[in-house]
Design a binder for this molecule. Structure first.
Ligand code: SAM
Length: 483
């Protein structure tokens, strides 16, 4: 018996018996919060009987979860939709746009891209079941665009893509008013989830086999417990880190304003809290920081760094930097370079300033030409590359524990991450994925390390490993060979 409706594919249940199943495809752009939002959206769809597919051609519903943090990111969804219009690939399918560009463009999407049937910002995800009801009833202009919510997006089912590292959003939205940033306008006001619920969910994740949990929020350390316990963020970290069986806890993104000595103390006293902090500085000049409305000066930021460096554990540091913000003088930029040299980050994510709609900086004068932004970005990345080479060289010969995340069959190599978030390649096998390995560092590059597993018999020769990583390692291989 077949109950095939229209173009919907049929799923075979038992021999000879099929039932129609609606399918969906989600493509995600942007940050980890978007990735995790998509996991929850997938959960909502699967709870309604939809099945995920890997190619948009096979889907009844195609969803784009978008990012508008920079102009380039925001354009991606329009190029996807443009391609559909050209080749007619979207015909007969429901197309939805989720996330920050959806919120930013709102109903204009329906005019700009008439093939779009659903426009929904992240602050309205709790309404998704109702919006899906409307779509299933045949409505072709469905929207969820309210921002004034106090709700978080909670679902019974989340389809996590990773089997051993689970993302968990603890705070949504953002109340900061950084002059460059579109997030408060696209994700709505800050809403924290109750501490008790977060810890209970972490316990469930550990019971399901996850050994690493990454707590997420636009400003993760602005989290305040709305529940009866009234925990601080540092107390939440300690509560999560004490769950038996949980080996690694990370959190991102921290704002310097809310970064307290108690957080460092929690890392000091809980081995399960990874010794890694991502603390976006954005600029090294106090004048630029004031124009950005970041709420701290260079000196105040450095105080936080000294506090982290005084920890009894070696805490790895990373940051975000924007170059070419309106009015950034050459001497301001040099202050950013000098901050990099002073802090010695292990990783830096650097971006050219991209003016965003409805932000304060949209109206700022004194814009920096694009070529000058590019020059500064290149100079900054080169400066940081040298720092990373030096810092990684200090790890040569050390034995590090990595959580194995992948395997490259062509190279016979496993790839994993240390607690400090460094990428390590080593000879391994597919079954290593999801487990922990002790690896001795045998070569280093600016962006990754190469090693040899020491908690098992050696299974591959060092030269093969070194060759496979040569692209990243470059000249530092010579340095490593000399040791
Ligand atoms: N909410 C976090 C904070 O304020 O620290 C970071 C969130 S954002 C997804 C990641 C990074 O994008 C920011 O830290 C910033 O460096 C960069 N960014 C944000 N707005 C930008 C803009 N208009 N142009 C260029 N980079 C931007």
């Amino acid at each position: 018996m077949s109950a095939n409706l229209g173009s919907m594919p049929a799923l075979e249940l038992t021999k000879g018996m099929t039932v129609s199943v609606k399918t969906f495809y989600i493509e995600t752009f942007g940050c980890q919060m978007n990735v995790h939002d998509s996991e929850k959206v997938a959960g909502v769809l699967m709870a309604r009987g939809y099945r995920p597919v890997d190619a948009h051609e096979d889907a009844d519903i195609i969803l784009y979860n978008t990012c508008s943090i920079r102009e380039k990111a925001a354009q991606k969804v329009f190029s996807r939709l443009g391609a559909f219009r050209k080749n007619g690939a979207g015909a007969g399918k429901i197309i939805g746009v989720l996330g920050c560009v959806a919120q930013q463009e709102g109903e204009r999407f329906f005019e700009r891209a008439p093939q779009v049937s659903l426009v929904c910002g992240s602050a309205s995800y709790a309404r998704l079941p109702e919006l899906l009801d409307q779509l299933e009833a045949g409505n072709r202009r469905v929207k969820g665009l309210a921002l004034d919510t106090e709700e978080c997006f909670e679902t019974e089912l989340t389809r996590r893509d990773n089997r051993f590292r689970a993302y968990l959003t603890i705070i949504e939205g953002c109340d900061q008013r950084c002059a460059f940033c579109v997030v408060p306008m696209t994700r709505g006001p800050e809403r924290s989830r109750a501490g008790g619920k977060i810890v209970a969910e972490c316990r469930r994740l550990v019971d399901q086999g996850y050994t690493e949990i990454q707590l997420l929020g636009q400003i993760v350390n602005a989290w305040r417990d709305p529940g009866p316990a009234g925990w601080s963020f540092a107390e939440l970290l300690a509560g999560v880190a004490e769950i038996p069986g949980l080996r690694r806890v990370r959190f991102t993104t921290s704002h310097p304003r809310y970064f307290t000595p108690e957080i460092v103390h929690a890392i000091d006293s809980h081995p399960a809290l990874c010794n890694q902090v991502h603390l976006p500085v954005q600029a090294g000049s106090s004048a630029v920081l004031a124009r950005m409305r970041r709420g701290y000066s260079r000196e105040e930021y450095l105080e936080k760094i000294y506090c982290i460096r005084r920890s009894s554990r070696a805490i790895s540091l990373s940051t975000d930097i924007i170059v070419g913000f309106c009015g950034e003088k050459e001497r301001d930029f040099e202050e950013t370079l000098s901050l990099l040299a002073r802090v010695e980050y292990d990783q830096v994510f650097a971006f050219k300033f991209s003016p965003r709609p409805h932000t304060d900086a949209e109206g700022f004068a004194d814009t920096i030409p694009e070529e000058e932004k590019s020059r500064r970005l290149t100079a900054l990345l080169e400066c940081q590359r040298q720092i990373q080479i030096r810092r990684n060289q200090a790890l040569f010969g050390q034995v590090l524990e990595v959580l194995v995340e992948g395997y490259q069959p062509r190279l016979g190599q496993a790839v994993g991450r240390t607690a400090t978030n460094r990428v390590v390649n080593f000879p391994g096998k597919p079954s290593d994925i999801g487990g922990y390995a002790k690896v001795r560092v045998t070569a280093v590059g600016p962006n990754s390390l190469v090693g040899q597993r020491v908690d098992e018999a050696n299974r591959a020769s060092l030269p093969a490993v070194i060759l496979s990583a040569a692209k990243d390692l470059g000249s530092t291989l010579d340095w490593a060979r000399g040791h």
